[in-house]
Design a binder for this molecule. Structure first.
Ligand code: 5GP
Length: 205
């Protein structure tokens, strides 16, 4: 029997308001995916719960986690720290799950140097006007933060060339299906789908 395939690390980035959060919620309906829950020093929004949306920690606690080597990556985003706990990701990949990290670009670039075999997907809204409108109407952020996030979005978009795929989020289910297809195709690459090796066993020619 073929050994179980190791999972794939799927990095999903995109500006605030790109809809990547909604896409991720849809993706994890499928059993093959595990979602990494990040740690942040940001205050919870009124809809958010500890351990479901984030692990909310103080700056000191976050710093301690970094020092203990518990973070796979971390970054400062609009004045707060965000990071991925390493142990969960490694455990799930070993179990054959495809692990989703929904993270911003600085953190994504750190992952790139650590896990060369990850897939990097950047989600963008169909137009810049749409992005502004989604951010402004979200209702969870004040004006100053909205401006900061728009500025940050434009900086992030400049780094798209570092990603493997760009998915436009116009119709949500289409974007979800695009990402499923990307992951599925990755699993079929010969380096992962090693079924062909069975055919060449004992082949000395
Ligand atoms: P929000 O405050 O809107 O929840 O997240 C702000 C940004 O931080 C988003 O782009 C989100 O993808 C990113 N983010 C969330 N968790 C992490 C993480 O663990 N690491 C990094 N580098 N970015 C994260």
């Amino acid at each position: 029997m073929m050994p179980k395939q190791k999972g794939i690390l799927v990095i999903i980035s995109g500006p605030s308001g790109s809809g990547k959060g909604t896409i991720v919620k849809e993706l994890i309906q499928k059993e093959r995916y595990a979602l990494s829950i990040s740690v942040t020093t940001r205050k919870p929004r009124f809809t958010e719960e500890e351990g479901i949306h984030y692990f909310f920690r103080t700056h000191e606690q976050f710093q301690e986690m970094i020092e203990q080597g518990e973070m796979l990556e971390y970054a400062d985003f609009c004045g707060n720290y965000y990071g991925t706990p390493k142990s969960y990701v490694e455990e799930q990949l070993q179990n054959g799950k495809d692990v989703i990290l929904e993270i911003e670009v600085q953190g994504a670039l750190q992952v790139k140097s650590l896990y060369a075999e990850s897939i990097f997907v950047f989600v963008i809204p169909p137009t810049l006007d749409e992005l502004r409108s989604r951010l402004t109407h979200r209702g969870t952020e004040d004006e100053c933060i909205i401006e900061k996030r728009i500025k940050r979005a434009l900086e992030e978009i400049k780094l798209i060339a570092q990603y493997d795929y760009v998915v436009t989020n116009d119709v949500i289910l289409k974007a979800v299906s695009d990402i499923h297809s990307i992951v599925r195709a990755e699993h079929l690459k010969p380096k992962r789908n090693e079924i062909w090796k069975e055919y060449t066993k004992g082949d000395d020619h």
